[in-house]
Design a protein around this ligand. Structure first.
Ligand code: ATP
Ligand code: MG
Length: 138
């Protein structure tokens, strides 16, 4: 069993895609073991995306991620990290495989509906960023 952090980004919440994303997790055997809605400050978004601080899109990305509420979830399942990344599709929706969340719904390389951890190490950091030990099952 593995765990990963998923986020429905502000564009996904604003466009009414929460139910659609959650449904795709459920039908693909990704168990939601913790979930909440929150609205990050710019500082909190910068801390979350600290690995990208040298990238040219950092300012824009952290502005976008703090522009409205997001839904953060801890997903658990077999190969949860790679399975969920497969469901999301490539970062750039134009390169995302058919039937993926980003291919079906994203309209922009930045506003791409969802986030998912990319390794066990980032999953541990990202889960800890949003959830304390009382909020997730041992
Ligand atoms: P995420 O980390 O959000 O799950 P990812 O791992 O597919 O997405 P990263 O390379 O980690 O992609 O980039 C993080 C986020 O930064 C992307 O999801 C997207 O919102 C934004 N981003 C990435 N590349 C660009 C770019 N070239 N221009 C603008 N925004 C970008
Ligand atoms: Mg990433």
């Amino acid at each position: 069993m593995a765990r990963t952090l998923a986020i429905i980004k502000p564009d996904g919440v604003l466009r009414g895609l929460m139910g659609e994303v959650i449904k795709r997790l459920e039908v693909n055997n990704l168990k939601i073991i913790a979930m909440k809605m929150l609205h990050m400050t710019r500082d909190q978004a910068e801390g979350f995306y600290a690995v990208h601080q040298e990238r040219p899109f950092f300012e824009s990305l952290t502005g976008f991620m703090s522009s409205g509420p997001v839904v953060v979830m801890v997903l658990e399942g077999k190969n949860a990290i790679s399975l969920y990344r497969d469901l999301m599709g490539a970062t750039d929706y134009r390169e995302a495989a058919e039937g993926t969340i980003r291919a079906d719904f994203a309209t922009d390389i930045e506003k791409n509906v969802v986030h998912g951890s990319d390794s066990p190490e980032t999953a541990a950091f990202e889960i800890g960023y949003f959830f304390n030990r009382f909020e997730i099952p041992a």
